[in-house]
Design a protein around this ligand. Structure first.
Ligand code: UDP
Length: 216
């Protein structure tokens, strides 16, 4: 981030930080608005990512204050869609690949933790709108789909949409795995005139179609 900020300063470019809902950590406020400062373990397994992104946000705002750089900060919530890597390791791609191979679906923990999944096209649309806002608007702004689902619900949906015979198996929950996550997108609605268009079932169907066409 600091290298890119230095470059943006030199060439006088507008610069976007693809930040993340991880800056909210395991949130104690629900849904999460941009005003929430987060609840992050600074020395845990995930902290390298969480704190790295938080530090990057700090650097963006320092460059804005010190050099008047044109910055835009988007806090991206869980995103999925065609062309994810089959071994990406995230939950949507894992479940779809497992279902298509009729292998066990690996739910970590009890599956009651929630996530809000945004289809890639919706995200891109939000980012383009953010880049087109006036320079005074820096964000941070949440970009995500407020439809919130448990991981078990996601597993069931993938099973139904693929027609798979996979069984669900439960594996240990990774440490510091957030219990719930859902964006408050009021700011994006107001400032970007944006809200997601693709419902989870439709986006999953498109993503499943994609994974059927690639060798997995
Ligand atoms: N997860 C799961 N099985 C998997 C991969 C992930 O149950 O095969 C869970 C994971 O523990 C988390 C949720 O799904 O609660 C989302 O995980 P992911 O890595 O996709 O995103 P993040 O945790 O960064 O939101």
């Amino acid at each position: 981030a600091i290298n890119m900020l230095g470059l943006a300063k030199r060439v006088k470019a507008k610069i976007l930080q693809a930040s993340t809902s991880e800056v909210y950590g395991d949130p104690k406020v629900h849904p999460q608005s941009e005003a929430y400062w987060g609840h992050v373990n600074p020395i845990g397994l995930r902290s390298c990512y969480d704190e790295g992104k938080r530090c990057a946000e700090t650097l963006f705002f320092d460059y804005r204050r010190q050099h008047n750089l044109r910055i835009k900060v988007a806090r991206i919530f869980n995103t999925y869609g065609p062309r994810m890597h089959p071994n990406d390791g995230r939950v949507v791609s894992n479940f779809i690949v497992q279902a298509l191979k009729n292998e066990p679906i690996t739910v970590y923990g009890d599956g009651k933790q929630t996530r809000s999944f945004c289809y890639a096209d919706d995200l891109i649309n939000g980012l383009i709108r953010l880049m087109d806002t006036p320079d005074e608007f820096t964000g941070p702004v949440n970009i995500g789909n407020p439809g919130e689902f448990t991981i078990s619900e996601l597993a069931e949906k993938v099973l139904v949409l693929t027609g798979s015979t996979s069984k669900i198996v439960f594996k240990p929950l990774p440490s510091d795995d957030p219990v719930q996550r859902c964006p408050d997108i009021s700011l994006a609605r107001e400032m970007l005139g944006w809200s997601p268009r693709v419902a989870l079932d439709d986006g999953l169907a498109k993503t499943i179609e994609y994974f059927r066409t690639v060798a997995i």
